[in-house]
Design a binder for this molecule. Structure first.
Ligand SMILES: Cc1cc2nc3c(=O)[nH]c(=O)nc-3n(C[C@H](O)[C@H](O)[C@H](O)COP(=O)(O)OP(=O)(O)OC[C@H]3O[C@@H](n4cnc5c(N)ncnc54)[C@H](O)[C@@H]3O)c2cc1C
Length: 403
């Protein structure tokens, strides 16, 4: 059995950031990744300015191989059924368009951690002063003993299931899928990520250029039909935007997503010696931007382990104090009071709205409202309103809602 200080599960961005902190502090750190590296990751790869700064500051300049074509993104364009378009540039200029297969591999290598790929986390036992980690490699069981474990294994986290078996039943699950098309003619600007606030298209509808093809993506409640949903969006883009695409190539893809916890402050941070971070913990920013909060929350999980050892305090106590800043950043993005009176995002939505005529503003707000109504069945409204009111009263979001 291998004995180490820290086991990190998953070799993605949250893991790279967490491992960077523990390795820098001199802790022996092993990262377990179920796939062979470099591994594919479904993602648009649009990095926020804050995520970009994190990568530069922690891992150095990004090599060209970790980028898609176009190599950068100017910002986001919102589209509405009323046909108003709102292009919004990121603050401080363009950001890199990450090719996740290579960017994540680059980041995990730069973290300095030892990486065991093709090694799947399967379960754990927290013994109080150490954690036994059960994994599988090539069908064979592999055991590790660590002082702490960080679960950075993404939305369908097995680490979360190992400590809270019922958790997946407590949240709604979505499916997001994308298809890739050769382009005949595409009037949508390749410099922007395009997003539709359109209840008739789905819960999450997007399109952007990548490596000479156009991505058409759609997200919806689990159980619906991807091919049909995609067809509706493709037809809509043709009819309303003049986008002419060849039939989708064969390499379409999709995955389950745990969208929701950051809206209602229902994060999962683990228990005992097991910390959960990144999207596994529920971090997801507005319009599904998850890389910056994965990086920052990952780093905080690693720092918490270092701080807990230094101060001789329980690691959960430290983690929950330190992670509150990232919770504020992430949940602020969904907080209607923050959206109305502050600037929680990294592109200026209020300014873009003010550029519109009064009539257009009215139509946009009406369309946004109709889009929000699509999520009514999840009964998040009251919880979002309560959290929004608690935010100014307590200077943050209540800790008691976290698992
Ligand atoms: C279609 C789509 C488009 C997106 N577009 C963007 C975007 O443009 N910009 C943005 O910022 N975010 C985007 N996101 C969100 C972003 O991809 C995630 O929020 C982010 O990758 C989360 O990072 P993470 O490190 O927490 O986990 P993940 O990136 O999910 O990584 C988890 C890792 O754990 C590994 N793993 C899982 N289970 C095990 C196991 N049992 N044992 C060992 N390893 C395991 C996985 O293989 C993976 O490597 C998008 C997501 C999707 C689905």
């Amino acid at each position: 059995m291998r004995e180490v200080d820290v086991i990190v599960v998953g070799a993605s961005l949250a893991a790279a950031a967490a491992a960077k902190r523990t390795v820098d502090a001199g802790l022996e750190t092993v990262v377990l990744e179920r796939k062979e590296l470099p591994r594919h990751k479904i993602c648009s790869g649009i990095l926020s300015p804050r995520g970009h700064r994190f990568l530069l500051e922690n891992f150095g300049p990004l090599p060209r191989e970790v980028l898609h074509e176009p190599t950068s993104c100017r910002g986001v364009t919102f589209h509405f059924p009323c046909r108003v378009e709102m292009p919004m540039d990121f603050f401080h200029g363009t950001t890199p368009h990450l090719h996740r297969k290579y960017s994540d591999h680059w980041a995990i290598q730069r973290s300095g951690a030892e990486v065991h790929d093709q090694t799947s986390f399967a379960g754990l036992e927290d013994k109080g002063d150490h954690v036994l980690v059960h994994a599988r490699r090539g069908g064979e069981p592999v055991e590790y003993r660590a002082r702490q474990v960080i679960g950075a294994d993404g939305p369908s986290s097995l680490v979360v299931r190992a400590i809270y078996p019922d958790y997946p039943k407590q949240i709604p699950w979505f499916f997001v899928g994308q298809k890739f098309h050769e382009i005949i003619d595409c009037p949508l600007s390749p410099d922007y990520f395009h997003f539709w606030f359109h209840p008739g298209l789905g819960h999450y509808t997007w399109s952007h250029a990548r490596d000479g093809r156009q991505i058409v993506g759609v997200g919806f409640k689990r159980g619906d039909n991807f091919a049909r949903k995609h067809q509706v969006v493709e037809q809509y883009l043709k009819d309303k935007h003049g986008v002419q695409l060849k039939p989708a190539d064969d390499d379409h893809e999709g995955c389950a997503e745990n969208f929701g916890p950051s809206l209602i402050n229902r994060y999962v941070f683990g228990q005992g010696n097991v910390l959960v971070t990144g999207q596994a913990a529920g971090f997801l920013n507005m319009i599904g931007e998850g890389m910056s909060c994965a990086l920052h929350s990952g780093a905080i999980s690693g720092e918490s382990i270092v701080e807990a050892a230094r101060r001789n305090r329980p690691v959960q106590e430290i983690y929950r104090k330190m992670i509150a800043s990232e919770v504020r950043r992430c949940s602020d993005q969904w907080n209607p009071l923050k959206i109305a009176f502050d600037r929680p995002h990294e592109a200026d939505f209020p300014e873009a709205l003010l550029k519109l005529s009064w009539r257009e503003r009215k139509l946009v707000l009406r369309d946004m409202w109709n889009f929000i109504v699509l999520f009514k069945e999840f009964k998040w409204g009251r919880q979002i309103a309560a959290a929004a009111l608690q935010r100014p009263m307590f200077g943050g979001y209540p800790l008691r809602k976290w698992l």
